[in-house]
Design a binder for this molecule. Structure first.
Ligand SMILES: Cc1cc2nc3c(=O)[nH]c(=O)nc-3n(C[C@H](O)[C@H](O)[C@H](O)COP(=O)(O)OP(=O)(O)OC[C@H]3O[C@@H](n4cnc5c(N)ncnc54)[C@H](O)[C@@H]3O)c2cc1C
Length: 479
């Protein structure tokens, strides 16, 4: 019997554990232990229920085009619980000089694909519009090495596009900054498009047409979530695991390589395993491994993380009626606010609030404002309420408010991230039986994290000679 340890019970570690459970149930001679330092599983995926509203503390959904999270949901019996975002109401505003301006139709991430709405939009100056037109004729360009997202976007569309769109979008998704994040790690598709087509606009339009042609039926919703919130996914995965294999409130102090195996050290002592999947944020992984490889630990420490704060406020119908339609707004750095973005949850996922309520979720923190974590909840609430008053004229008393702080939860893939990963991979390969999963490596979104856990489990089974490439039957949907 081979033994595999998984350290970290966020969605990455849970996906790895589920994969091992499936294979164990199918008869593979493997057992696993999942160690989670906190008393609950799921990491940053937490759903609360308040005042008949569903409140997401961490992620609220995931990108539909990345299939791994939906696949996992289906495999654990949640296929009929998957829901899409309310895309007919999808409209996002950008705060410009204190006014909300709607993002023009046809903008894909920050690439314009429809001429008329972009030309008519007050979001961009004439100068930027001229740059957009010229971008259409950009020749193919093979970048030498990595660069920041800001530098690539600026090269194509100018600095206003960075300030008004790229930076706020990346703050919203990564809690990061366009002038720090690696284009190759964060927007690999853009780098490929530039190399092949030159113009991002032409490339995006071509890919959109190709997808529309291949698709039967209407476009799927941009975001997918679960009827009862993201926690539902955590609960369903946990329900499939063998409880005897799951240790909560079990913080791992070290993983040490010894005699062809690994020792996992906790307060309760040390246990031997054949393989270890480290599914914690990279700085924790560095601490765990410092007794095994100082070089590896040092490299892991160079993957930085930013912190986030989410604040959800519930309001009465009068507020709902007064809010603009759409999914919410983004706030560029130049507007001088501490809020980064806000989602009108009642529009994005309507069933998450009764029809006579408004539910607004605000984001703060990120790489630029780690200090927000030092404030107490009341101080954070005051900031949010004051900025909502300035931006959308909202001064009503909320029915409830919840503040969630996530310290060092969002990995920042800075320039050179992929080269860093290659170096980590070379050192990892010198330590047989060690695997990494989690948001520090090849994708920060929930689907990428699920994939990282699943792949780490399969790789370790293969390395142990337990897995050939034939498919393993799924677990019965409802055990
Ligand atoms: C506020 C917020 C909003 C987000 N929104 C979205 C979104 O809408 N869509 C999307 O796709 N993604 C979103 N993300 C990103 C995504 O949710 C995360 O990247 C993903 O959930 C991370 O999962 P993980 O398992 O890798 O890490 P985590 O959830 O951080 O879990 C790691 C676990 O490891 C445990 N651990 C650490 N050290 C040890 C140790 N020594 N011993 C034992 N256990 C340890 C921790 O306690 C933790 O439970 C969001 C993230 C945040 C913070």
């Amino acid at each position: 019997m081979k033994r595999i340890a998984i350290i970290g019970g966020g969605i990455s570690g849970l996906a790895a554990a589920y994969e091992l459970e499936v294979k164990r149930a199918a008869g593979l001679p493997v057992e696993y232990v999942l160690y989670e330092s906190s008393s609950r599983l799921g990491g940053v995926m937490v759903t609360d229920h308040m005042d008949d509203c569903l409140v997401e503390a961490g992620p609220d959904s995931f990108l539909t085009e990345k299939p791994w999270a939906s696949d996992l949901c289906r495999r654990v019996g949640l296929g009929d619980q998957l829901i899409g975002s309310n895309d007919p109401q999808r409209k996002t505003y950008i705060l410009v000089n204190g006014r909300l301006i709607v993002m023009p139709d046809g903008l894909m991430f920050m690439v314009p694909t429809k001429i008329l709405p972009t030309v008519l939009s007050p979001l961009f100056s004439v100068r930027t519009k001229l740059r957009m037109a010229a971008e259409w004729f950009h020749p193919p360009h093979q970048a030498q090495g990595d660069e920041t997202v800001a530098s690539m976007v600026e090269r194509h569309y100018g600095s206003e596009m960075v300030e008004r769109l790229a930076d706020p979008l990346l703050s919203g998704v990564y809690g990061g900054e366009a002038d720090q994040l690696s284009v190759r790690a964060v927007l690999a598709r853009f780098a490929d498009m530039e190399a092949k087509h030159g113009s991002l606009g032409r490339a995006m339009l071509a890919s959109r047409r190709k997808m529309a042609k291949a698709r039967k039926g209407p476009a799927p919703p941009l975001f997918t979530s679960l009827k009862n919130g993201m926690q539902q996914m955590v609960d369903a995965v946990v329900a499939k695991l063998n409880p005897a294999c799951v240790r909560t409130a079990a913080s791992v102090d070290a993983v040490l390589r010894e005699n062809d195996g690994w020792h996992v050290v906790t307060d309760a002592g040390s246990q031997r395993f054949d393989s270890v999947i480290v599914a914690t944020p990279a700085p924790s992984a560095a601490n765990l491994l410092r007794g095994t490889s100082n070089d590896l630990a040092a490299l892991l420490r160079t993957i930085h993380y930013s912190s986030s704060v989410t604040v959800t406020l519930g309001y009465d119908k009068a507020v709902r009626d007064s809010l603009p339609p759409g999914f919410g707004f983004l706030i560029p750095r130049s507007e001088g606010k501490r809020m980064l973005a806000a989602t009108f949850v009642h529009n994005k996922f309507p069933h998450r609030a009764p029809e006579d309520r408004a539910l607004i979720r605000c984001f703060l923190g990120g790489a630029r404002d780690e200090q927000i974590l030092d404030l107490d909840e009341n101080q954070i609430l005051q900031i949010v309420r004051s900025e909502l008053r300035q931006i959308i004229g909202l001064s009503a008393e909320p029915r409830f408010a919840r503040v969630y702080k996530w310290r060092a939860a969002m990995a920042q893939y800075s320039v050179g991230h992929l080269e860093r990963l290659e170096r980590i991979e070379r050192l990892r390969q010198q330590l047989p039986g060690l695997a990494f999963a989690g948001n520090g490596f090849r994708g920060i979104g929930v689907p990428d994290c699920v994939k990282s856990g699943r792949d780490a489990a399969d790789d370790q089974l293969r390395a142990l000679g337990l897995l050939k490439d034939e498919p393993i039957p799924a677990l019965a949907p409802h055990r």
